[in-house]
Design a protein around this ligand. Structure first.
Ligand code: NI
Length: 170
């Protein structure tokens, strides 16, 4: 397993419509292991493959986020099959470190995907896990959490993040 560098939100790979995974091979399993290690180290709740530069439809998420036990699960070719409710909640992203905003999300989701053994899996989630699943799902479609905010709010957050990047360079 290895840690992979996380791309920031200005990298074009974060805007990619990610490709369907056709083969679950050794390379994909290594990718999944590395994504889990990278998420735990960040630390983060989830990570999509394009955040480490691989535009494929795979993400990892900590299914234990609402509990006190980590449970990182890899979802391949995920699809949200049902959504219910709506609530505002604070959200951040490993590709936009230290920037948070209130984002409107469904309160409950149902998601289907394929696991690393090629088996169909289905999860129902609510609370912060439901939010995380919607957030990671968006990554696979090239969407960032601030896209749903108004332009003014988004520009303020972008400026804040650019300033932070500049400070790091100095
Ligand atoms: Ni993110």
């Amino acid at each position: 397993m290895a840690l992979r560098p996380i791309k920031n939100c200005f990298d074009p790979v974060l805007r990619k419509q990610c490709e369907i995974v056709k083969n679950i091979d050794g390379e994909l399993i290594t990718l999944s292991d590395d994504m889990i290690e990278t998420t735990l180290a960040a630390p983060g709740v989830g990570l999509a493959a394009n955040q480490i530069g691989i535009p494929k439809r795979i993400f990892v998420v900590n299914m234990g986020v609402d509990t006190d036990k980590d449970n990182l699960v890899t979802l391949i070719n995920p699809e949200i099959t049902a959504m219910e409710g709506s609530e505002l909640g604070e959200e951040g992203c490993l590709s936009i470190p230290d920037v948070v905003a209130e984002v409107k999300r469904a309160t409950q989701v149902e998601i289907k995907a394929v696991d690393l053994n090629g088996k169909d899996v289905r999860y129902e989630a609510s609370g912060f896990l439901a939010r995380a699943l919607q957030h990671e799902m968006d990554h696979l479609n090239g969407i960032l959490f601030w896209d749903s905010l108004g332009k003014i709010k988004r520009d303020i957050l972008k400026r804040k993040f650019k300033k932070k990047l500049k400070e790091q360079d100095e």
